[in-house]
Design a protein around this ligand. Structure first.
Ligand SMILES: C[S@@+](CC[C@H](N)C(=O)[O-])C[C@H]1O[C@@H](n2cnc3c(N)ncnc32)[C@H](O)[C@@H]1O
Length: 272
């Protein structure tokens, strides 16, 4: 007789980044579109050059795609399980084009890269993990120093609508082999004074002999438009253009746009 599937061994407050393959089943679906957009940005706003950097590169879906398209790329992440997954997935040809290390966005340092990077990118709201103005500014300033004068930093994250009175929810479904992964993310009400929103992510994984729930809770730092623009200015970055998560290069957002999902194209400027 076959054993019944395990029922919800709950991993409450587990870190979903210790489960890279399930993370990528959800976030790996736009990889080619994102890379097409980044290549277009590099040509339209940047140097067109081929040395790139991904802070918080996670399980490496984008660094692998960048190498596949012929770029040299440096990636780093705080999470060793995510980096281990990234290293495992790479082909020998990709490995020759990619350098990975464990580091934090607040303190990454690479003197050999100063002034040499053509394009850095950091998508899907990862920047909001930086939980203070000092940490966010330190990250932007150190990334700016790595860029060539005409290089660009492509930074994508959701802005916060402080008067909001309802929770924000998103749901995605992905597949890993014979497993189905359902992801529910919830952003609670923002705390304007403390500049943070409570986040919760639930990954439910079902498949042959499997029924698993991974729940992660954390806080994301909050930014409205003026808060983001002020920080960029203080960090010595000029805002060249803004897009949304649809990644359509021919459709930059106008100044009055109400879209909260933003992709900022930043370039080293005059420091204040
Ligand atoms: C939403 S994932 C994005 C991964 C990858 N950039 C992508 O687009 O698939 C966020 C990543 O940020 C990493 N992370 C969170 N806080 C970090 C920090 N302070 N410094 C470096 N990495 C961090 C996590 O380990 C995770 O891999």
């Amino acid at each position: 007789m076959r054993a019944a599937p395990a029922r919800h061994p709950m991993e409450r407050r587990s870190d979903w980044y210790t489960h890279p393959k399930y993370y990528e089943a959800i976030f790996g679906t736009d990889t080619e579109k994102e890379m097409d957009f980044l290549l277009g940005v590099n040509q339209q706003y940047g140097t067109g050059g081929s040395l790139w950097l991904e802070p918080a590169c996670g399980a490496g879906r984008l660094v692998a795609e960048a190498a596949r398209r012929g770029l040299e790329i440096v990636g780093y992440d705080i999470s060793e399980p995510m980096l281990a997954h990234a290293r495992r997935r790479l082909t020998p040809a990709q490995r020759r084009r990619i350098r990975l290390s464990q580091s934090r966005m607040e303190s990454f340092s690479a003197p050999e890269l100063e002034g040499r990077v053509d394009l850095a990118f950091n998508l899907v709201s990862t920047f909001r993990y930086l939980d203070s103005e000092a940490a966010a500014r330190a990250h932007l300033e150190s990334t700016r120093r790595l860029l060539k004068p005409k290089g660009v930093y492509v930074l994508g994250f959701h802005l916060t609508e402080y008067p909001r009175t309802t929770f924000e929810r998103e749901r995605w479904v992905g597949r890993v082999g014979r497993d189905t992964v359902v992801c529910n993310t919830r952003e609670g009400l923002p705390d304007r004074r403390r500049r943070r929103s409570p986040m919760r992510n639930r990954l439910r994984i079902t498949g042959p002999g499997k029924d698993m729930l991974i729940e992660t809770e954390w806080f994301f730092r909050t930014y409205d438009g003026p808060q983001a623009r002020r920080l960029f200015r203080l960090a010595g970055l000029n805002l060249l253009a803004t897009y949304d998560f649809d990644y359509r290069l021919e459709e930059p957002l106008g100044r009055g746009s109400t879209r909260l999902d933003r992709v900022f194209i930043l370039q080293p400027g005059v420091t204040s």
